[in-house]
Design a protein around this ligand. Structure first.
Ligand SMILES: [Zn+2]
Ligand SMILES: [Zn+2]
Length: 279
């Protein structure tokens, strides 16, 4: 079976009619289990977690309204998971934990989009990459990623090497390889689940997250995966899955992780749907 747990409906209203467009695309692409994972920073209930001028301007939504859409969809017979994409902030573990427990999420995606006030994946902050040392920035990002996984707060790791989003990559295979091993060691020891995301295919970097080397390091240590699109539009649900499936298959993965109320289990991904049928 296939799943798509990392999607955002935020460009439309919190209505079942809008959600249905995402569900329709999931159905079209043979994705049996679909979930929404809105960005926590958009909700006033999460305003105390990630507070900077950029998020403050965009904190316009009510999480209860989002949850009510999910409840209403379920009441009408839709199968949809309730998730959230939550920025890990070092030092805020207690607040994050309280927030996670305050809603009946099926899963919480741990992501990092900020290094201080530098939203490194935002187009409007892209210029701040100029003059930054790429290796130092990677060190900073991967260190926070390790702390995030050590915290044990999250159900899976979102887009683990999204730091490459605009194509800034250290031209140093040893540097990256050492990080991949350290990260995969931590994922394995903390029993983390890692996302294979097709979002990078739609970004300047033009490749999947994570890099092949990191995925291989994860597979060697038995770290489980999920495959997600990070769709922000209905048409992107399940987008690029043929490439993601080809990659994970080549690395040796045969199972995906499914989540219900933070409980995880593994399901075979190829048995009933050979990857060649996804477009
Ligand atoms: Zn993200
Ligand atoms: Zn996302």
């Amino acid at each position: 079976m296939l799943t798509d747990y990392h999607t955002h409906t935020e460009r439309g209203p919190y209505t079942v009619a809008w959600l249905d467009r995402f569900l329709a695309m999931a159905r079209e692409r043979n994705i049996e289990e679909y979930g929404v994972s809105e960005h926590a920073y958009r909700f006033r209930q999460a305003g105390h977690l990630l507070d900077n001028p950029w998020t403050r301007e965009r904190r316009t939504e009510d999480l209860d309204e989002y949850f009510r859409m999910i409840e209403e969809a379920r009441r009408q017979g839709r199968r949809v998971k309730f998730g959230i994409e939550l920025d890990y902030i070092p030092g805020k573990e207690e607040e994050l934990s309280r927030f996670i427990q305050s809603y009946p999420f099926d899963y919480v995606i741990g992501s990092i989009h900020w290094l201080g006030n530098f939203g490194f994946d935002l187009l409007e902050m892209k210029d701040q990459w100029n003059g930054r040392d790429v290796r130092t920035t990677y060190d900073e990002y991967f260190s926070i990623l390790m702390q995030m996984v050590e915290s044990g707060l999250f159900d899976f790791v979102g887009h683990a090497d999204v730091i490459k989003v605009f194509g800034h990559e250290p031209d140093d295979a040893v540097f990256l390889g050492e990080w991949y091993d350290r990260l995969a060691d931590t994922f394995s020891r903390r029993q983390a689940v890692v996302e294979v995301s097709t979002a990078g295919l739609r970004k300047p970097v033009g490749t999947l997250y994570p890099a092949l080397g990191l995925l291989q390091a994860c597979h060697r240590r038995g770290v489980p995966i999920v495959i997600n699109s990070d769709a922000h539009r209905p048409e992107d649900v399940g987008a690029g899955y043929d490439q993601a499936l080809a990659l994970v298959k080549s690395v040796g993965y045969r199972e995906l992780t499914v989540f219900t109320a933070h409980h995880r289990s593994s399901v075979p991904m190829f048995d009933d749907h050979p990857y060649t049928q996804f477009r």
